[in-house]
Design a binder for this molecule. Structure first.
Ligand SMILES: NC(=O)c1ccc[n+]([C@@H]2O[C@H](COP(=O)([O-])OP(=O)(O)OC[C@H]3O[C@@H](n4cnc5c(N)ncnc54)[C@H](O)[C@@H]3O)[C@@H](O)[C@H]2O)c1
Length: 393
């Protein structure tokens, strides 16, 4: 694994747990973790359960006893580490968004295609696909229970940078993160809605905004937490080079209309991901703050009995749930990562291709790019190129 902070800890927990919960044909051995600071990565290895540590990610790529590389760094290093690992024959799980640019994402898809012929597997870490209620939502749509999909309504809202004194961490720098709320959290709702509906976003019209344009430089940062250099103000500052919020309307290639909102300025909203889908025969709603539940409205029921009902997604015949607790005993955020590792290991062991593939993640990257271009051009309607055509080009 490369990176030991927020996603490093979440993924480590999943790697530690996956074989204890799921019966799989292969076992994960947590061999080596990489970070740039020797004492911090040594401490992380000890705390998170890794056998060894290194300060150079190339050690992961060159060691013969390492089969899988898990990339949990900011987007500016995803392409370099991933492509080197694939060329060395390692299976790669890479965090989202796949890259900082469409060009990098294309190069990663091409490297994955070359490696695939040698049996090497790749997956991008859109973990919310693996929340059982989201998997169930997709099953309901795919089985036709919602009929023809007309509307998709998706928001992903946070508020961790409302304070203008919150420092200029890597997530607020374009050269490190690619974009702001758009790529960080907007990417999740783009992937989730395309996954659940089975439809691709074909065009967008967008606005983005950077509400606080200059911030104190960080003294220290990790994940979504940070302290400023000169906390009382008056210290050195830098320019914010990404969006604080992105809002766009979209058309899906199956005919549905969609709205998306991604913001880090939604005061009071901590990690509020909500998706509603309306079809000709019914609707479903997923809310991450109630992740064991799905709201379902079935318009084919007698009108006197119609209404949204709550499905508690904890039955043994719900996706992933048979491995956990008795019905009604709920699970949480971290389980989505355990499910991710389960699916990745099973694909490696059975020689199948896991999803989301790098091509799926390139599709998300193409939407991010179209949103950014539309916003730059005064919200002009911008078509999204299909990923497969893009890879062939
Ligand atoms: N799936 C999700 O829900 C989710 C949530 C948060 C973040 N992410 C993604 O995970 C990735 C990491 O985000 P995070 O929140 O964990 O960030 P973070 O700041 O908490 O951690 C980044 C880690 O990468 C390390 N690092 C950076 N550059 C490195 C390099 N060149 N070599 C070795 N180590 C390096 C840092 O030392 C740190 O340990 C990003 O792509 C982000 O978009 C995904």
């Amino acid at each position: 694994m490369v990176g030991y902070a927020f996603m490093g800890a979440a993924h480590s927990q999943a790697w530690r747990t996956v074989n204890r919960v799921f019966d799989l044909p292969v076992r994960a051995r947590m061999a080596l973790i990489c970070g740039r600071d020797e004492s911090k990565v040594a401490d992380a290895a000890d705390r998170l359960g890794w056998e060894g540590h290194t300060t150079d990610w190339r050690d992961l790529v060159t060691r013969d006893d390492i089969d899988v590389v898990d990339v949990c760094t900011p987007g500016d290093s995803h392409a370099e580490i991933t492509i080197a690992a694939l060329e060395a024959g390692k299976h790669v799980l890479c965090e989202k968004p796949l890259a900082n640019t469409v060009e990098e994402a294309r190069a990663m898809v091409a490297a994955a295609a070359r490696a695939q012929s040698a049996g090497v597997r790749t997956m991008c870490g859109f973990n919310y696909r693996r929340v059982p209620a989201v998997s169930l939502m997709r099953e309901l749509v795919a089985s036709g229970r919602l009929g023809v999909i007309r509307h998709v309504r998706a928001v992903y809202l946070q508020d961790w940078i409302v304070d203008p004194q919150f420092p200029l961490v890597w997530r607020l720098q374009k050269d490190r993160a690619g974009s702001g709320a758009l790529g960080d959290i907007g990417a999740h709702i783009i992937d989730l809605t395309q996954y659940v509906t089975g439809q691709r976003i074909s065009g967008v019209s967008a606005i983005t905004e950077t509400f606080v344009k200059e911030r104190p430089l960080p003294a220290e940062s990790s994940g979504l937490a940070a302290s400023a250099d000169g906390a009382s103000g008056g210290g050195p500052t830098g320019l914010v080079t990404v969006d604080d919020a992105a809002v766009f309307v979209a058309k899906l290639d199956g005919g549905a209309l969609a709205t998306y909102e991604a913001s880090r300025f939604a005061t009071g909203r901590k990690n509020a991901l909500r998706v509603e889908i309306n079809g000709s025969l019914g609707s479903v709603v997923f809310d991450l703050e109630r992740l064991n539940e799905l709201e379902f409205y079935d318009a084919t029921e007698p009108s006197a009995e119609q209404g949204f009902r709550r499905i508690l997604v904890t039955e043994g015949d719900h996706p992933y749930m048979s491995a956990w607790w008795p019905p009604g005993h709920i699970i949480g955020y971290e389980h989505s990562f355990t499910h991710e590792m389960r699916d990745f290991l099973e694909a490696i062991a059975t020689g199948s291709d896991p999803a989301p593939s790098f091509a799926d993640a390139l599709q998300v990257q193409l939407v991010l790019d179209a949103v950014a271009r539309s916003a730059e051009l005064g919200s002009s309607w911008t078509e999204v190129e299909p990923a497969l055509a893009s890879v062939a080009a």
